[in-house]
Design a protein around this ligand. Sequence first.
Ligand SMILES: [Fe+2]
Length: 288
Amino acid sequence: MADQGLNIQKDPHAQQCLIAQISDPHIKAGGKLSYRQVDTASALRKAISKLNQLAPRPDLVLISGDLVDFGHPDEYATFKQLLADLTLPVYLIPGNHDDRQHLRHAFPEHRYLFQHRDYLQWVVDDYPVRLIGLDSSVPDKPHGKLSDESLEWLDTTLTEQPDKPTLVMVHHHPFVSGIDHMDRQPLKRPEALADVIGKHPQIERVLCGHLHRSIQARFANTLVISCPGVSHQVSLDLTPDGPAHFQLEPPGYLLHQWSAANGMVTHQGFIDPYSGPFPFYDANGLID
Ligand SMILES: [Fe+2]
């Protein structure tokens, strides 16, 4: 019986794209621990090893900000050294812990970071999925903001290719997460971003970091998804006025799998070792 009506991709040559995302590596220099607890360099090393071994291989990796911990040049030098082991193309945006000029200075070969004079906002058209990175960092502030100019650029850029599936990446979350201390440092004026995003139905996801855990919400007729931290996670504490705590839950990554036939599907994976895989079936069928 023909399977028309089932939305299953049959053509292996059909357009597809596999996009990995990690976030918030918070790299420090000289082996220093973040918050005197977290070996972020070691955590990023493990994440890179995991990404390099993924099968099928991702087409690219996105890193959604807080690349280093205090924006210092020596931290970017360490981050770059660690990133050299990644065997996949990688695209960066800044977070509130980053410094625009020091980041650019460390990565002159990342030409997309130089598309705008002031902001590290960019568009990359080299893949079946269009990638747009936004710069929500505000120097010396924990919250995020997008300027009117950046929002106008986003609107214009999205208008150029209304039919191409698109990911928009921004560090700060444009929604209320319920984690109180993080919601005091969100993306300010989220409604201004929502006004632009809502006009462009080709946007498959808005991807953010900052929250250091996987959270999904509806946003302006699309989904916003925050990526788990690559080292430490913000504590899942929904009590009002909960303390600003983190914990060493298993770190993770996201895989955004897009195909022309099936659209975008997002998976979460974990970086640290775990047991398995084990079979469901043996020679007698489902194992009892
Ligand atoms: Fe962070």
